[in-house]
Design a protein around this ligand. Sequence first.
Ligand SMILES: [Zn+2]
Length: 321
Amino acid sequence: MRIGNLEACPGEKKAGWIPVDGTPYRLPVTMICGGDGKTTLITAGVHSGEHVGVQAVMELAEELRPEDIGGTVILVPIVNVSGYGQRGTSMVWEDGKNLNREFPGNREGTTAEKICRTVTDVLFPAADYYIDLHSGDYFEELHPYVYYVGPVKEQVRAAAQAMAACVDTEYVVESQVTTGGAYNYASAAGIPSILLERGGRGLWSRAEVEADKADVRNVLHHLYGGAGMSDGMRTEEALHEAGKQTLLTDVRYIDAPCGGCWYPFFSAGDICEKSAVLGEIRDYFGNVIHICRAAERCVILYQTVSLNLPKGSPMVAYGVI
Ligand SMILES: [Zn+2]
């Protein structure tokens, strides 16, 4: 198995760097090659302020063994290496762009576009499956859930849905978006892909990292089998039997209609009735200048919890139930 300048033979684990051409950056990559089977790409830090997945992927790169995998696993703990190095926002430092809106990227473009193009050109061609780990941003709290993309080839959708069913989250979201995001683009290109959301506020806990790792191991177990994958095992059948996951197909992403101070009235994971007031925006004198209501009965998937709320920024995202 060869990726860029990295090469691993069956039974080997190799770590190294893939340069982002035309930038000072390079992506940290670990390849674990267990045999001739399929290849799974696992990334985190597409949004650099989302740290649970970053830590989980670093630990998985150390813990997974070639003999546990009937194929190859490629792990990239941080994709937005630019934003991570600056701790400014989750965006790329040089251009302020959101990597998860810029796929497939552009070799001649800005830094964000070049990072995306590197993933598209070097990593995606090797991948048969793709797992991308996210969280809420520095200013967001989030209830764990997992995405797959709906409107793609039926066998791709079905394979991704089966991967999502291995994940220990209460909610599964079928996204209708086939462009821009890493997993969205990969799905449309024929790679069964999921995006796992857990944690937020720039924090990471041991419990969240272990939960991310158990989810990834369960997906890998589903894809490859393997003795070393059984930690915290949750089979697809067990999940379905328990009726654990609720499928959401209608998620509303509400951006701030005006800037100000934000006061959410619920927490991520709460169920809200139709027309419930989810929060309000006040000006610096305490006057209410906007009231945000639920358009339908819903579950709050994530929301801003910082006091400051810039106009046009993500305010709350809820799934209609
Ligand atoms: Zn994210």
